[in-house]
Write a protein that binds this ligand. Structure first.
Ligand code: DGT
Ligand code: CA
Ligand code: CA
Length: 568
């Protein structure tokens, strides 16, 4: 879909206009970009139907630009802006702590045009004391640069997976592929991925290679051999494809799925048994004794099948030897999503639309959880508003059949651990999610106290995105996770595994620690649009990486059981 591509361009336009000091227009472009991102229809289809002008927040001038992009694949206005603004600016504004206005100020005063120059200036203290910037700006900028560098060249899992889906669909249509599978870190559902690895079997290697390097989103071909090709996609990620023999497809899939450390453990196990394991199969002497499926290979090594998400050399091989592997939670176990926003606050779609969309995904229930009053930027609800929302939920319960609606709220945790709604409101809700949305930089002890105090409130059922990190953008808050896990057990508060692509919070290793500490988790999407509901799979991926089983996760319970759990 072109939706995201054009939204990206509109965001860039907004940043560049901001940089030029233009007023109002940048916000209009950002609003349009957000709408494009969250709409569920394909923009190209809307364009072909001639209905672009009907989209909310898209004015005449923007319609023209979208049409131009659909027809020409480029946008003149955007290209022109890029010649007017220093090249590095778009990269600089991506750094946490540097908005377009700061970028402009740094350019005007210090001539900074690139991230490199920005880093120099911050390191040598030249940013300190610049008029208009806070005293700690230099430090913050350096931290932002480091954070970006730590994930440089890596993509979010949630960005890679849709690309993989497109590639698989394209290759299936345009080449005679028999089987096609993603391998590597994407298959292991790692939160960020370095590159995409695709494996296929086919009667015609040549046709596979041709189709692959001619995919519409290939920007550069790095390598084209007989069995392997590598390209860089327009989306700036490398993708490798390998064509394999059927006899060794399983062992190759195993090898290229990794992780490397898991592979090494398996290879050593093979050696102990007098066998040899490679990407070509399991061999006794010269004879191949397994290799066509992964199951075969694991069987031959005396192991139960190990799910890809577990293959991180974190005890899974030992568990597979003694029958101790977990029965991992899967999408089919999830009966509902309990973190869903609507246009009552900062969601993009109506309460009814969100409920219908959850129903369309086959859920038994959905929990509506809009923001509380203090979160102004998200349009948090005042007391009277949430009471009105309660009435709306009651109406919808009568109107919409086939799904149960739970009414909750995502309530801010104030500095002292108090909640942002009074008890009489909290009591009327089916459940309460508590969340930190401010003062992320508190010291560990204070932050832990703040969060634990909130969990001790008898109405709180869920702690949202516990570490508050945004992958490659915001560090996790300082939190004593052991204490939080203990508090979760004592107060019967479940810890959220937030599936939003930029959050994935708790991550797999914290999720595993929580499970081992006896806490319950809840896998939610934090949806702000109907299509966000599909991010559940990323949260489930992290849950599986954390060894979670259905019984560890409260939204695998039936509606009635969940209600009793929430009320007890
Ligand atoms: P990434 O792409 O950085 O997110 O991580 P991966 O795990 O996808 O790594 P990648 O793409 O370099 O290689 C894919 C898999 O191939 C990797 O998980 C394990 C396997 N592999 C690659 N190089 C080696 C190696 O030198 N030794 C072993 N045992 N396995 C390797
Ligand atoms: Ca990879
Ligand atoms: Ca690779």
């Amino acid at each position: 879909m072109k939706n995201l591509e054009i939204a990206r361009i509109f965001y860039d336009i907004a940043d560049m206009l901001d940089f030029q000091g233009v007023s109002f227009k940048p916000e209009a472009y950002r609003r349009a970009a957000r709408n494009l991102e969250s709409m569920s229809q394909d923009l190209e289809v809307v364009w072909k139907q001639g209905k672009l002008a009907l989209l909310p927040g898209i004015g005449k001038a923007m319609v023209k630009k979208i049409e131009e992009y659909m027809l020409e694949g480029s946008m003149e206005y955007y290209e022109k802006l890029k010649t007017e603004v220093p090249k590095g600016v778009l990269e600089i504004v991506e750094i946490q702590g540097v908005g377009p206005k700061t970028a402009k100020l740094l350019y005007d005063r210090l001539g900074i045009e690139t991230v490199e120059q920005l880093k120099d200036a911050a390191t040598s203290g030249r940013i300190q004391g610049l008029k208009g910037l806070g005293p700690k700006k230099g430090e913050n900028i350096l931290r932002g640069i480091e954070l970006k560098a730590a994930t440089r060249g890596r993509k979010l899992l949630g960005e890679a997976v849709p690309l993989v889906e497109t590639i698989v669909e394209y290759m299936t249509l345009h080449a005679p592929v028999q089987s096609i599978n993603v391998a590597g870190s994407v298959r292991r559902m790692k939160e960020t991925v370095g590159d995409i690895d695709i494996l296929v079997t086919s009667a015609s290697r040549r046709e596979v290679m041709e189709a692959f390097i001619n995919m519409p989103n290939v920007r550069e071909v790095l390598l084209k051999g007989n069995t392997k090709a590598s390209v860089i996609l327009k989306e700036e990620i490398q993708t490798d494809i390998r064509v394999l023999d059927e006899d060794s497809f399983g062992s190759a899939l195993l090898y290229f799925t990794g992780s490397k450390d898991h592979n090494i453990q398996l290879r050593n196990l093979a050696i102990e048994k007098g066998l040899k394991l490679s990407e070509y199969g399991v061999f006794r002497g010269e004879e191949r004794i397994a290799g066509s499926t992964e199951q075969d290979v694991y069987d031959t090594l005396g192991l139960a099948y190990i799910e890809p998400e577990l293959r991180e050399a974190q005890g899974e091989v030992e568990a597979a030897l003694d029958g101790g592997l977990p029965h991992l939670v899967a999408q089919a176990d999830i009966r509902g999503d309990l973190h869903v926003h609507t246009d009552w606050t900062d969601g993009h779609e109506s309460l009814r639309d969100m409920v219908e969309a959850a129903k369309a995904r086959g859920y038994e229930y959905v929990g509506i959880s809009d923001h509380s009053k203090s979160l102004y930027i998200a349009g948090g609800m005042k007391d009277d508003e949430i009471r009105m929302q309660m009435a709306e939920v009651r109406r919808l319960r009568r109107d919409v059949e086939g799904i149960d609606i739970l009414h909750g709220a995502e309530v801010d945790i104030k500095d002292d651990g108090e909640l942002d709604f009074e008890d009489d409101i909290l009591r009327e809700l089916d459940y309460v999610i508590a969340a930190v949305h401010s003062k992320f930089k508190m010291q560990e002890e204070k932050m832990t106290e703040r969060v634990v105090t909130a969990m001790e409130n008898e109405h709180v059922d869920i702690l949202a995105h516990p570490t508050c990190r945004l992958i490659s953008e915001r560090e996790p808050v300082a939190l004593d996770m052991n204490r939080v896990i203990d508090a979760a057990v004592e107060t019967r508060t479940s810890l959220e595994l937030n599936s939003f692509v930029t959050r994935l919070d708790l991550n797999g290793s914290y999720a595993r620690a929580a499970k081992e500490g006896g806490a319950k988790l809840v896998i939610n999407t934090d949806s702000h649009a109907t299509r966000h509901l599909d991010m559940m799979k990323f949260g489930i991926g992290q849950a599986r990486r954390g060894w979670l089983e259905p019984s560890d996760v409260i939204n695998t319970m039936r509606h009635g059981d969940l209600l009793s759990w929430l009320q007890s």
